[in-house]
Write a protein that binds this ligand. Structure first.
Ligand SMILES: [Zn+2]
Length: 113
């Protein structure tokens, strides 16, 4: 935790920076924490709020769920922004990081999966 004389202003700046980064392209919580200068643990917290304000603007925060690298199990519909500890199916700790990005107002073509 770093000292800040104005936590509210800092919070605004953090979310603006996160928003900007996510508009540019997909990023993991680790990427975001490094770029914005907040602990990885706090990224999830800020993204939840960012998602709400984006919705009002007609934008969308997209979460690509993590996936098990060992058995391909996809953590579908997992609405948590943090990385799961291990795969529930094969117990492998080799799980990819969830990736985030922002879809703007223009309807974007969905990527083939
Ligand atoms: Zn697995």
């Amino acid at each position: 935790m770093t000292k800040s004389s104005s936590p509210e202003a800092r919070t605004e700046t953090v979310r603006e920076s996160l928003h900007k980064m996510l508009l540019e392209g997909p990023a993991t919580a680790k990427d975001l924490s490094r770029a914005v200068g907040i602990p990885e643990h706090d990224v999830a917290f800020h993204l939840e709020y960012l998602e709400r304000s984006l919705r009002r603007r007609g934008e969308r925060l997209v979460l690509e769920p993590p996936r098990c690298l060992a058995c391909e199990f996809a953590f579908d519909r997992r609405r948590r922004y943090t990385r799961p500890g291990h795969c529930p199916r094969c117990k492998s700790p080799r799980v990819s990081l969830p990736v985030f990005y922002v879809e703007g107002r223009a309807p974007a073509k969905s990527k083939p999966t």
